[in-house]
Write a protein that binds this ligand. Structure first.
Ligand code: GLN
Length: 553
């Protein structure tokens, strides 16, 4: 079968959840036995989001091959259970970078290099490269931004051309819009959708299917009106109502018949989707028996997209443990010795988040002392792990001045220091230790127990590492290295001995937790937190009425 391309655009407003719709459709098609991948085209000029502030961009999602990418790729992986790569994320910055590099090399042989055809050709070649790799039946292409944005124009033009290049029967255009409910009028309004479709029409694209975000159900007359004005069949007006969790969206889309319409229009022979496992997961997420509270300590707690994968990993691990993990967001900037008891009251576990720079470090250290001394299960990720070692060095080993050279270059105890190969790097973009590296596990450890393996591979994004010079003394005081990178002898995991569950990891486990395979460290961390909650009588038993209702009937 020739590869089919499904282009997904958005209109009216941003934040309609295009990434979740793409992931949901991807899942529905994959569970029909089709080989699906999703590619995100981002119209910004950064080469990748790696240099962007979490306030600007949210989490930077790192792939196995070390690409720093958009957080939607995290959704693609969590839903499809398949790794993505650099090829799955294209930005305007990267496109221009490559076109300008080729121009300097003389590749364009004297031509004037222009947006059309050179930029659009480069965009098309990125999309076709995935389609023609032979690895997929379907490539879903999510175009970032909103139709009508100046920076999005070359992408829409490239998609318009692609429809002819690869044959109309091999492509489909899905447009996501908003149908707002005006309370004062007591009505759903279709005009924004009409305008949005008109805008995309003016750019030469005809949407085949409209997915309409709405807060209340779309009745027949509204659907008919949208169909008539927007030139689609009524069956191609798909409602996307607010869901209790993103994981219910595939089931809602299935009810609305989105996958059937796609299959029919692309004329793909396929079986009915097998959603048994997914439904089981949604049931577990919607009807947990228990609830526990876990603190997430970080700098960006007022901007939770910065911790997207951590939040979702808790959801996956909660489902396995039959409990809802309520995240208590604790700002490391505001945490100190005087308020730590109060701020962490009632939590049964503490996670200290990844991050960069010195702001909020003192608060993180206070949270770690609290977790260590009170024997609260603790998971430190990347900077969170580095802070755990600093805390231990200062308060258990008694090295008062112990620090990371990231925040204090004059420390007498550089417990965490710049990696050797980082010392002469000045450029910030794409220069960290990025992507998948192996880690050998100690048998007799929480990590070894969680994974049940000797060798694992996890994703990284850091410049600093634990200083091997101090490892023996740290171990003598009760902080052991339980995971190491075998090639470079870098510390990957540390654990405190005299504690029920105290684990710090240099890598990012949250980037590999999926619905199909919840991450073992999160599963065990939640299990330990649940045990702590039960022992300290902090575990809430949810009554049947309290359990959340889901879209499952
Ligand atoms: N800032 C630390 C480093 O570069 C930790 C990075 C992180 O938490 N991702 O090593």
């Amino acid at each position: 079968m020739e590869p089919k391309y499904i282009f997904v655009t958005g209109g009216v407003t941003s934040s309609l959840g295009k990434g979740i719709i793409c992931s949901s459709l991807g899942l529905l098609l994959a569970t029909r036995g089709l080989r699906v991948t999703i590619q995100k085209l981002d119209p910004y000029i950064n080469v990748d989001p790696g240099t962007m502030n979490p306030y600007e961009h949210g989490e930077v999602y790192v792939t196995d091959d070390g690409a720093e990418t958009d957080l939607d790729l995290g959704h693609y992986e969590r839903f499809l259970g398949k790794p993505t790569s650099q090829d799955n994320n294209v930005t305007t910055g990267r496109i221009y970078y490559d076109v300008i590099t080729k121009e300097r090399q003389g590749v364009y042989l004297g031509q004037t290099v222009q947006v059309i055809p050179h930029i659009t050709d480069e965009i098309k070649s990125r999309v076709k490269a995935i389609g023609e790799s032979g690895r997929y039946d379907i490539v879903i292409v999510e175009i970032g931004g909103t139709v009508g944005d100046i920076e999005g124009l070359p992408y829409i033009e490239a998609m318009r051309q692609l429809r002819y290049d690869v044959g109309r029967n091999n492509t489909l255009s899905i447009h996501l819009t908003l149908v707002p409910y005006l309370k004062a009028a007591g009505e759903l309004k279709t005009k924004p959708t009409q305008h949005s479709v008109k805008t995309i029409y003016e750019l030469g694209m005809q949407p085949d299917i409209l997915v309409c975000r709405a807060e209340v159900p779309l009745d027949y007359s509204i659907r008919r009106k949208i169909a008539q004005f927007c030139n689609v069949e009524i069956e191609d007006v798909v409602a996307s109502l607010d869901a209790r969790s993103i994981y219910e969206v595939p089931l809602l889309m299935r009810e609305e018949g989105l996958d059937q319409r796609v299959i029919k229009k692309l004329q793909i022979p396929s079986a009915e989707p097998d959603l048994d496992n997914w439904i089981q997961f949604v049931q577990a997420v919607s009807n947990p028996e228990y609830r526990i509270r876990v603190a997430l300590v970080g700098k960006y707690v007022d901007h939770q997209d910065a911790y997207m994968s951590i939040v979702e990993s808790f959801r996956h691990a909660g489902a396995v443990n039959n409990c809802e993990v309520e995240i208590v967001w604790v700002s490391s900037d505001l945490l100190n010795e005087d308020n730590v008891e109060e701020k962490l009251e009632g939590v049964s576990g503490v996670l200290v988040a990844p991050g960069f720079g010195g702001r909020g470090i003192d608060g993180k250290l206070v949270a770690i002392t609290h977790a260590r001394v009170n024997k609260l299960p603790f998971l430190g990720i990347c900077l969170g792990m580095q802070c755990a070692v600093i805390e231990f060095a200062r308060n258990v080993c008694g090295w008062e001045d112990a620090d990371s050279t990231e925040f204090n270059t004059d420390t007498a105890y550089p417990i965490v220091d710049l990696m050797l190969e980082q010392k002469n790097i000045n450029d910030k973009g794409g220069t960290m230790r990025l992507g998948a590296y192996d880690c050998a596990l100690e048998d007799n450890s929480h990590a070894g127990l969680a994974y049940g393996l000797r060798l694992i591979s996890e994703r990284h994004r850091h410049r600093y590492e634990l200083n091997n010079r101090y490892l023996d003394e740290l171990a003598a005081h009760g902080l052991r290295v339980t995971g190491r990178n075998p090639e470079r002898d870098l510390v990957e995991i540390v654990e405190a001995d005299d504690h029920p569950w105290f684990v710090g990891v240099q890598f990012h486990p949250e980037l590999k937790s999926t619905v199909e395979k919840p991450h073992p460290l999160f599963v065990k961390f939640v299990e330990a937190s649940k045990r702590h909650a039960s022992e300290s009588r902090q575990m809430e038993h949810l009554s049947a009425e309290n359990q959340k209702k889901s879209c499952l009937k």
